[in-house]
Design a protein around this ligand. Structure first.
Ligand code: SF4
Ligand code: SF4
Length: 989
């Protein structure tokens, strides 16, 4: 026993100091991060909540169990670590006391303890076997990118499984021999140890004690070696993941009653020295203050803790729309690359100035790698150059699938946004297409760069007056709801139909509502997600002032992006609103009997519908049920789910400001999603977001062009479907089966080719024609779009085709959102660029990127501001942009990308991937000649007869109170691991 003690102590004396050294290094590395006082307060000020998080996520394995099989296997292994600590207590007791019969005081002889120890040991082996099978089935060597382990440290993972196995078998060797030798404190309750002890029957007592001592030393030795391995590998998460959960974002933690509360919804404010940076205090910032994240040292300690916590499980990667469409972004690899860089550069970053000179040149080189930029080798796992590839950074759609899936609460979207902020605000290095977005927001308060005075065009021809604050009503005290129309709802043709449908439904239900009309401006979602924090804050300040003046309290929005920003992000900037999505309000109205779908007739024709969950409605705001319930109560509707739905829905590709960027790498996300929707056999693809609608409609057009989708399939907002159902009118132009004639597809294609000719049509008109599907709701302009003629006769939902943005663009007089004179953020405009220049052909950019800036057009120019109340002036018609024909040419050669999205009007010149913040053309920049004036729009004013048709009184109303069982059986429930019915319901207002 003495020899055993000496060997045991020697093992501890060698390994424990090494482990302690590593722990000290990890502590220094993590605490070297920027301050994050909010994360500490989050624990000290809500201790009960922090404990609840630990119980739910760590002890209860709540997030891991979303994936049942690997979740259960992980629970077995994790509980083995906890429970088998008691066996190590016994082992050290035997070692140090030199008494083979030593037992834990008081409870050490309870059979139930021995049973529990043996049971979890056996279950741990079951867990290890399960992990082995999972890893073999998901071997990246066989299935490539489809494997969630692609890019993970596979050798380390196998070694870890092997070491855990060693912990378990040495435990049973030690206990089995002790049992056989009569030294074991437990009886037959420790069933496995007792059973194994019988194997040693026949050995002498001395021999059994030798085996017991060998087992004891092996058990302790394996644990010590494993401890070192854990501290140097991804298995570090064993120790740091509970801390990461504890220090989760305050708003996510405050939502503790929601099991899905993670760093979604609002994006993290831009921080400097632990405090949020606002537009108002920009001038007071220190000269060395950093905006966003430009180096590994700019991450807060919570960010570094995130990196250290990653388990390399790849759940995030498996759900990421970018990764699943062959783009270089994998959220897992992003975190792993940041972690590897943080660790490799730590000797330099943690060293004093004097010591840095004597460091290995490789360490110095690692520390000097740019955080974002051009990389060498594989972009998603570079072996040189920048740590994060530019394409990786800008591929993110902010869909939140990674954050939602991560079992250890890593905040990918916040990190991506922070890195984008630095690229935009400091480096002025971002995709050139974003120039159009920023310019539209800065000059006209909307991404389409349309006239701010055209925000009420959507209401033309409605059979009732829409109340406008400041015009027909003084404040929102006079109505129940503020209807937040949003930029898409006001300017994008397809979204305008949703706006009109919601307005009609509210009117039919007798719900009073008002709008802000031309007083509304963009919420700034796209600007913020693109990293332009100050454009976002400028827009937010303007909106908040307007909302306060209008006495806004209850808001309904058709755009989940607006909803998310108003509800979750404006709170930090000074206004608390109750904001809901239109499907939530409509659902309530149906339940209250204020809207009643007609049970038979045209509106009740049989059709199959599938619903696409918008990321900013579902994952970001937990609203899954209300839109589904609305679809299910529509007579004739058979609702079917896509394979990826609910919490695991697949993005449409438009979030994170991707709506305004070209997508040139891999498969287009919207095409991938549309194909999935079409594969359900649905006649209608229901959406609840204007961005989703554009993306899926574009994808559908492509699928119909290639013959992979039927001509009658169409993309519609839930509100349009409900309106048709309530009015008892057919919701589709072509009923199921009517579109079988391939000629219909060809005719449509020919029509679109006509419309796609950039010589004939502006971008907005193309977007309108690109409506994907031949719905009554998505009528393409019948006349040449350039003429802006209203389709004669008009259908139920027809309205004026969009005016070309160019025509609407009203340049300000040199105004800029950020007029501040010389700024802290002034950086040389030449900076952007090496990489983008290499790929000009890949990304056809909108014309703004190359438009010559005239005086005063910069984001930082002096002069008038977006927030100047003075309305914009029309561009002088004679001031033509330079070589118009030359500009149009590239778009003509490749019309498809231009048609995909409602891009700004000018045709694209050669692509410039490194747009600069300073490239934003002058507000006084000449624009193409204005399109037809208002006089060309008389038809739009005419009331479409169908719109006036009241709900048919004689038709039998369907009972709204109890949604009928869906006819598609089990697929009616979204495929999600959370109890959707318990979250995001209609009444969660
Ligand atoms: S937010 Fe979506 S697109 Fe971005 S990294 Fe996460 S999963 Fe991928
Ligand atoms: S970031 Fe989270 S989900 Fe992704 S691999 Fe790491 S632990 Fe898993």
């Amino acid at each position: 026993m003495t020899l055993t003690l000496i060997v045991g102590l020697l093992l501890n004396a060698i390994i424990l100091p090494l482990a302690a050294k590593r722990v000290w290094f990890l502590y220094r590395l993590i605490s070297h991060g920027q301050p994050a006082p909010d994360r500490l307060e989050n624990v000290t000020k809500r201790t009960a909540g922090a404990i609840r998080d630990q119980l739910r996520e760590v002890v209860g394995q709540g997030r891991l169990l979303k994936w049942s099989v690997p979740g259960i296997a992980h629970a077995f292994v994790m509980y083995a670590f906890l429970i088998l600590a008691s066996v190590y207590l016994e082992a050290y007791g035997v070692l140090l006391s030199r008494n083979p019969e030593w037992a834990i005081p008081v409870i050490g002889h309870w059979d139930v303890i021995g049973f529990g120890q043996d049971l979890i040991g056996v279950l741990c082996l079951v867990g290890l076997a399960t992990f082995t099978i999972i890893r073999l089935r998901n071997d990246p060597a066989k299935i490539g990118r489809k494997s969630r382990f692609k890019g993970s440290h596979l050798g380390g993972a196998w070694l870890t499984l092997f070491m855990i196995f060693n912990v378990i078998w040495t435990m049973f060797l030690f206990r089995g021999a002790a049992s056989a030798a009569g030294n074991f404190p437990y009886g037959k309750g420790a069933f496995a140890s007792y059973g194994l002890g019988t194997i040693f029957d026949g050995l002498s007592h001395d021999a059994l004690e030798v085996v017991e001592h060998v087992g004891l030393l092996l058990h302790i030795g394996v644990m010590l070696v494993f401890l070192l391995l854990v501290l140097h590998s991804k298995h570090l998460h064993i120790f740091v993941a509970p801390l990461n959960v504890m220090f989760k974002r305050p708003d996510a933690a405050a939502n503790g009653e929601n099991p899905s509360s993670v760093a979604l919804g609002k994006v993290k404010p831009m921080m400097n020295d632990g405090k949020p940076v606002t537009l108002d205090d920009v001038d007071d910032l220190d000269e060395d203050a950093t905006l966003g994240i430009g180096s590994i040292n700019d991450f807060s300690w919570k960010g570094v803790l995130d990196f250290a916590s990653c388990t390399e499980c790849g759940r995030c990667q498996s759900q990421c729309p970018a990764w699943n469409t062959e783009k270089p972004l994998s959220p897992k690899m992003l975190i792993m690359n940041l972690r590897d860089h943080a660790f490799a550069a730590a000797p330099y970053n943690l060293a004093s100035e004097e010591k840095r000179g004597s460091l290995d040149p490789a360490i110095v080189a690692e520390a000097e790698r740019p955080l974002v930029g051009e990389t060498e080798g594989v972009a998603w796992h570079p072996d040189g150059g920048a740590v994060i590839d530019t394409d990786v950074l800008w591929s993110c759609t902010n869909c939140g699938a990674c954050v939602n899936q991560c079992p250890v609460d890593i905040e990918h979207v916040d990190h991506i946004t922070d890195m984008r902020r630095y690229q935009v605000l400091v480096e002025s290095n971002f995709p050139s297409e974003l120039n159009g977005l920023f310019r539209g927001l800065e000059n006209n308060g909307n991404p389409w760069n349309m006239s701010p005075r055209g925000r009420m065009d959507w209401a033309k021809g409605l059979p009732f007056d829409v109340k406008v604050v400041g015009e027909t009503i003084e404040s929102l005290d006079e109505v129940e709801w503020l209807f937040w129309v949003g930029c898409a709802g006001a300017y994008e043709d397809r979204a305008k139909k949703t706006t009109r449908a919601v307005a009609e439904l509210l009117d039919l239900a007798g719900v009073s509502f008002g709008v802000l009309g031309n007083g509304e401006t963009c919420t700034g979602d796209s600007a913020r997600r693109a990293g332009n924090e100050f454009v976002f804050q400028g827009l937010a300040q303007q909106n908040i002032e307007t909302l306060k003046d209008a006495k806004a309290k209850q808001v309904v929005s058709t755009c989940p992006h607006c909803m998310n920003t108003l509800k979750n992000e404006y709170r930090d900037l000074g206004i608390e609103l109750e904001v809901i999505h239109h499907t939530q309000l409509l659902n309530r109205l149906v339940r209250e009997g204020k809207l009643t779908p007609v049970a038979d007739g045209e509106g009740a024709h049989q059709r199959k519908i599938t619903y696409h969950d918008p990321c900013f409605l579902g994952r970001h705001n937990q609203v899954y049920t209300p839109p589904r319930e609305l679809l299910q109560i529509m007579p004739g509707a058979e609702v079917t789910e896509m394979e990826r739905s609910g919490e695991r829905s697949f993005c449409c590709g438009a979030g994170g400001a991707r709506m305004w960027m070209e997508e040139t790498i891999g498969e287009r996300i919207n095409v991938n999603r549309t194909n999935e929707a079409v594969a359900t056999g649905a006649d209608q693809i229901a959406v609840g977001c204007p961005f989703c609608r554009v993306m899926l409609a574009d994808g559908l057009t492509e699928a119909q062009d290639t013959g992979s989708a039927r001509a009658e399939v169409e993309v519609l907002d839930v509100a349009q479907m409900l309106l048709a159902s309530v009015k008892g009118e057919v919701a589709t132009k072509l009923k199921p089966g009517e579109g079988a004639d391939p000629g219909a597809v060809k005719a449509k294609k020919a029509e679109e080719q006509e419309l796609d000719d950039p010589a004939k049509v502006g971008a907005a008109a193309k977007a309108s024609a690109d409506s994907g599907g031949s719905s009554l709701f998505d009528e393409a302009p019948a006349e040449a779009p350039a003429a802006k003629a209203e389709p004669a006769g008009g259908s139920l939902f027809d309205e004026a085709p969009a005016e070309a943005p160019a025509a609407k663009a009203e340049p300000e007089s040199g105004g800029s959102l950020f007029d501040q004179g010389g700024s802290l953020f002034d950086t040389p405009a030449e900076k952007p660029a090496e990489k983008p220049a290499e790929k000009p052909a890949e990304k056809p950019a909108p014309a703004e990127a190359k438009a010559e800036p005239a005086s005063g057009g910069s984001l930082f120019d002096q002069g008038g501001s977006l927030f100047d109340a003075v309305p914009a002036e029309e561009a002088p018609a004679e001031k033509k942009p330079e070589p118009a024909e030359a500009k149009a040419e590239p778009a003509a050669e490749k019309p498809a990308p231009a048609a995909e999205k409602p891009a700004p009007a000018e045709a694209a010149p050669a692509a410039d991937l490194s747009g600069s913040l300073f490239d934003i053309p002058a507000a006084s920049e000449p624009t193409p000649a204005p399109a037809a004036p208002a006089a060309e729009e008389p038809a739009a004013e005419e009331e479409p007869a169908a719109e006036e048709e009241p709900v048919a009184e004689e038709k039998k109303p369907a009972a709204p109170a109890t949604p009928p069982a869906s006819s598609s059986g089990e697929k009616n429930e979204p495929r999600t691991d959370v109890d959707i019915s318990g979250s995001g319901s209609l009444f969660d207002l």
